[in-house]
Design a protein around this ligand. Structure first.
Ligand code: SAM
Length: 216
């Protein structure tokens, strides 16, 4: 099966089959070549229903989890978004196709450099990538319409809630090291509303307001 067919099957079975409905989200997953975000030896597994290793003990998340987190943020197209955990850059590129501007932070330098090379090669020019500790947010471009963390924290890092716009949404896996709850925080009239969405397993968000590296 070629990559186009594998991608169609991924969208049909893994996303639509599990309840992803947003047409814009489905269209981006149908177009974006996920196989270009993994190492050459893994390209035949790129559309499988699972996370895959990207080096440094990190992963490109399962397609369904990327789609669910994206759909829950309910983008209209004009948003400014902060992403924590650039990783392979796949989620970043999905966001970039759906919103106006994406800022993304990654703590592991070579992953960020590799992801930035992919964005350049694909001609994506609404992403600004930074290397650093995303648990502190990125104060210089706040407030954000949405914030997405693609790694798990023991509790929500307060700088992220502070850097969220009113009516903004933050999606982040919260829990212990072996199991978390995908959690949506919404700011309305400067009050925070929290909803648990589903169980999930993510790599740790390591930083000042996340896990300490020696916790793992
Ligand atoms: N969205 C990524 C993708 O599509 O490939 C998945 C990334 S992986 C599940 C989570 C990433 O978060 C890892 O690359 C990890 O290095 C990064 N990370 C962990 N703690 C971080 C922090 N405090 N700030 C920024 N990135 C962090």
């Amino acid at each position: 099966m070629n990559f186009i067919d594998k991608r169609k099957q991924m969208v049909q079975i893994q996303l639509i089959g599990r309840g992803i409905k947003n047409e814009r989200v489905l269209a981006v997953f149908s177009e974006l070549p996920r196989h270009e975000f993994v190492a050459v030896e893994l390209i035949n597994s790129a559309y499988d229903d699972c996370p895959l290793p990207i080096g440094a003990g990190q992963t490109i998340s399962q397609p369904y989890m990327v789609a669910l987190m994206t759909e829950l943020l309910e983008f209209k197209g004009n948003e400014t978004v902060l992403e924590l955990g650039t990783g392979s850059g796949y989620q970043t590129a999905i966001l970039a196709a759906l919103v106006k501007q994406v800022y993304t932070i990654e703590r592991i330098e070579h992953l960020s450099v590799q992801a930035q090379a992919r964005f350049k090669l694909m001609g994506i020019n609404n992403i600004r990538a930074y290397i650093g500790d995303g648990t502190l947010g990125l104060a210089q471009f706040q407030p954000y319409d949405a914030i997405i963390a693609t790694a798990a924290a023991p509790q929500v890092p307060m700088p992220l809630l502070e850097q969220l716009k009113d009516n903004g949404k933050l999606i982040i896996p919260i829990g212990d090291k072996s199991l978390q709850t995908l959690t949506l925080f919404e700011k309305k009239n400067n009050q925070i509303f929290k909803t648990g969405k589903c169980g999930c397993v993510f790599v740790p968000l390591i930083g000042e307001k996340g896990w300490q590296s020696d916790d793992y």
